[in-house]
Design a protein around this ligand. Structure first.
Ligand code: CA
Length: 223
């Protein structure tokens, strides 16, 4: 029985232009009214997650920065620091095409940036040497601390609510969701998901960009 649903936002509840699916919102509200706990875990910043939680009516905690920071009952918890990611971004901004994103002013545990594809390998290697890693959310590159990922958030929720893997459903579409798709929980994805996410999914919907939410909830008998 599913007791907790962990949702990615961009590309899972939204289209490529980040417009949120109204259909997804309606279906999320339906499962919440059925007393299922819903949590959002995104690469986005915590003020945006606060807005989504408030205006959609999300009943569980929300995580920003791929699990680095959580908002629960008006309380913010930082699980990581942005010191090392910030230092690393300063360094690569001098030597590569990496450029920071304006949303970094609201980031507290990581940093986001853009870069040319040709720099990806070198930057990725350098990050690991510094005890960090970079991940592509398809909407930005993120410099994260080691251990800072969406699986960390899922494990945290599991302990917080004292529930088993079999009670958890995760839905996501891209590589920053991989860590939670490697957990032994229920895993589903939209048709626009990356091939690695599709391969790790128990169920891949034929619908994309938020329109898969109702279909997935029906598949798991949650509506
Ligand atoms: Ca996504």
């Amino acid at each position: 029985m599913i007791k907790l649903i962990v949702l990615d936002v961009d590309g899972t509840l939204t289209d490529k232009a980040r417009k949120i699916s109204l259909n997804a919102i309606e279906n999320i509200r339906k499962v919440i009214s059925n007393d299922i706990l819903v949590s959002l875990v995104s690469g986005n910043v915590i003020p945006v997650m606060f807005g989504l939680k408030t205006y959609i009516g999300i009943n569980g905690p929300v995580f920003g920065e791929n699990g680095g920071i959580m908002l629960n009952n008006s309380e913010i918890t930082h699980f990581f620091s942005k010191n090392l990611p910030k230092q690393f971004l300063n360094e690569i901004s001098r030597t590569t095409s990496a450029r920071e994103m304006f949303t970094n002013q609201w980031r507290e545990t990581s940093v986001a940036f853009t870069m040319d594809e040709e720099d990806r390998e070198a930057v990725s290697k350098k990050a690991v040497e510094k005890g960090l890693y970079i991940v592509d959310s398809k909407f930005a590159w993120h410099i994260m601390n080691r251990g800072q990922n969406k699986a960390f958030a899922v494990e945290y929720l599991k302990k917080l609510y004292d529930i088993d893997n079999s009670n958890i459903l995760v839905i996501g579409d891209s590589d920053n969701d991989l860590s939670m798709f490697e957990l032994n929980v229920h895993r589903a994805s939209p048709s626009n998901a990356s091939s690695s996410i599709r391969n790790l999914s128990e169920y891949v919907s034929e619908y994309p960009y938020g329109n898969e939410i109702g279909d997935i909830f029906e598949h798991y008998h949650l509506l």
